[in-house]
Design a binder for this molecule. Structure first.
Ligand SMILES: NC(=O)c1ccc[n+]([C@@H]2O[C@H](COP(=O)([O-])OP(=O)(O)OC[C@H]3O[C@@H](n4cnc5c(N)ncnc54)[C@H](O)[C@@H]3O)[C@@H](O)[C@H]2O)c1
Length: 486
């Protein structure tokens, strides 16, 4: 059997995923204000009653949204002349609407934010708006783990962005916290890439120049149980996205690919020109197929430019401890699993094999801090401006760490003994998979800088402050965290 590098880490998938498919009662595109929580008014919602899907995750979130008091809902767009739509909601006609985040405010303090709102549709305002309309970057899957860190990086570098996510494996709280960190509000649409009409609606509202495409289901194990759902979500969704991009003449994309496309790498550190595949799981195949599709599209239409970013093993969290990875259920990735053991939720770490030809006999992988990964996306966006056509880049450190080294590093950082048990190798696992990232170093001028200990420290800070991820309020201090650990 051919191994799959990103899944082949002992314990490793690209995470467990809350299933989005199958139980949705209504599909909606929603514009949500995340930053401004108290201004009265509405959230723009548009139903596509002709296109109904079912999702327990979506309907749960939907119920959450419905139950929020209206005073906590705010439109992203406020029509400066106060024109309302026939539904009583604020008119979203682009020529009338002014994105709230274009109103100059630097803090998340609501009172000062409200004061800065204009009460008339001044000419200068609409000029400002028109100029900036051309600069939007659409971030699909931007509420997720890597997406939220990248959104923060984009905001801090003054990119104008719009986030689209169906929240099937993420929580809006992540974006609220990104707003706090960035001091800027985020334009968010709850929408599903598998529903082309929803994409058309979002693309009709902005002039995007590029798309960063994270939206995907990503659990290797799950993809083997429900392959059609994976093909539908990842392939149909991405084809929809590419078709709508083509229609709206948006021809620049940064695509979230994975080291899994290398299958069992023919050499390591693996370079971008290494043989691709064979890949044995449906998730990995969707990445490989999409790379091929994007390559074909770039060949067919020379105006298309795509950076295929092949991530190695993203770990860590923002150093603030405000945002991080929130896997659902039992984590498949090593570090979140180790975290659960430290928290006492799981008894020990399972180490799959200790007789590999590596430094200590356990599997070696290339771990990369999620903030380094985020900056790689900004570097890729800059590359797109130079019209590179279709080009693949490995995003990894080039440095391998074994499972035991990870466990030791987490013990150092937390001061907690981490029990582990060695069990048999898993079929398909390989000894070592690390990245040759020299192409990204050279062409993107991108250099990851965080060490393994920093990855572990940041991950632990996030876990301490958010023992339940985004599901309960963040603990404010280390003392609170210590209490929570007891
Ligand atoms: N985390 C990893 O180890 C890893 C490694 C290699 C590649 N990747 C890829 O990177 C990307 C981001 O990964 P992540 O770890 O942040 O995952 P994540 O699950 O945290 O984020 C993915 C986001 O996409 C959204 N999404 C999924 N299907 C959607 C749909 N049909 N419409 C709209 N939104 C949808 C989810 O709600 C989620 O917010 C994915 O494409 C993943 O395959 C991840």
């Amino acid at each position: 059997m051919s191994p799959t590098p990103t899944s082949s880490h002992p314990l490793q998938d690209e995470n467990s995923t809350k299933m989005p498919l199958g139980t949705n009662t209504e599909v909606m595109v929603e514009q949500l204000s995340i930053l401004d929580r108290t201004s009265p008014s509405s959230t723009k919602r548009q139903s596509f009653s002709h296109h109904r899907r079912k999702s327990s995750a979506s309907s749960t979130h939907h119920a959450m949204l419905q139950s929020r008091p209206t005073t906590q809902e705010t439109p992203f767009y406020v029509s400066p002349n106060g024109i309302k739509s026939s539904t009583g909601e604020i008119d979203l006609a682009p020529h009338l609407a002014v994105p709230m985040r274009h109103r100059r405010h630097t803090s998340v303090d609501h009172a000062s934010h409200i004061k800065s709102l204009p009460n008339s549709n001044t000419k200068s305002y609409s000029n400002y708006y028109d100029v900036n309309r051309n600069k939007y970057v659409l971030v699909t899957g931007g509420a997720g783990y890597i997406g939220s860190h990248t959104v923060l990086e984009l905001l801090s570098r003054n990119y104008e962005i719009v986030v689209l996510d169906n929240l099937c494996n993420s929580n809006l709280e992540a974006l609220k916290r990104v707003e706090k960190l960035a001091g800027r509000s985020i334009t968010f649409h709850r929408a599903d890439i598998t529903v082309e009409e929803q994409l058309v609606q979002v693309f009709s509202m902005y002039k995007f120049w590029a798309v960063i495409h994270f939206a995907s289901l990503k659990a290797v194990g799950e993809s083997m149980k429900i392959p059609l759902d994976y093909y539908h979500n990842n392939l149909t969704g991405s084809i929809n996205l590419m078709r709508v991009m083509q229609k709206f003449n948006v021809k620049n994309m940064v695509f979230s690919s994975s080291a899994t496309v290398y299958g069992d790498p023919e050499y390591t550190p693996v370079g971008e020109s290494a043989r691709l595949g064979p890949v044995t799981n449906p998730y990995g195949k969707t990445k490989l197929f999409l790379e091929e599709m994007l390559r074909d599209q770039c060949t067919a239409d020379p105006e298309w430019n795509v950076c295929l970013l092949r991530y190695f093993n993203p770990v860590g969290a923002h150093p603030s401890g405000l945002i991080g990875e929130h896997p659902q259920g039992i984590p498949n990735n090593l570090l979140p699993y180790v975290n659960k053991v430290i928290q006492g939720h799981l008894p020990h770490v399972q180490v799959f094999g200790e007789d590999y030809d590596t430094i200590d006999g356990t599997g070696v992988r290339d771990y990369i801090h999620v903030c380094d990964l985020a900056s790689g996306h900004v570097a890729a966006l800059k590359k797109l401006e130079k019209k590179p056509r279709c080009v693949a880049y490995n995003l990894g450190t080039g440095v391998g760490c074994s499972v035991l080294q990870i466990i030791k590093s987490m013990e150092r950082v937390t001061g907690v003994h981490i029990p582990y048990k060695v069990v048999d190798r898993r079929p398909g696992d390989i000894a070592t998979c690390t990245a040759d990232a020299t192409l990204a170093n050279r062409e993107l001028e991108w250099f990851p800088s965080r060490t393994l200990d920093e990855m572990c420290e940041d991950m632990w800070r996030w876990t301490r402050r958010n023992p339940n991820g985004y599901d309960s309020p963040m603990l404010e201090s280390d003392e609170d965290s210590d209490e929570a650990q007891k």
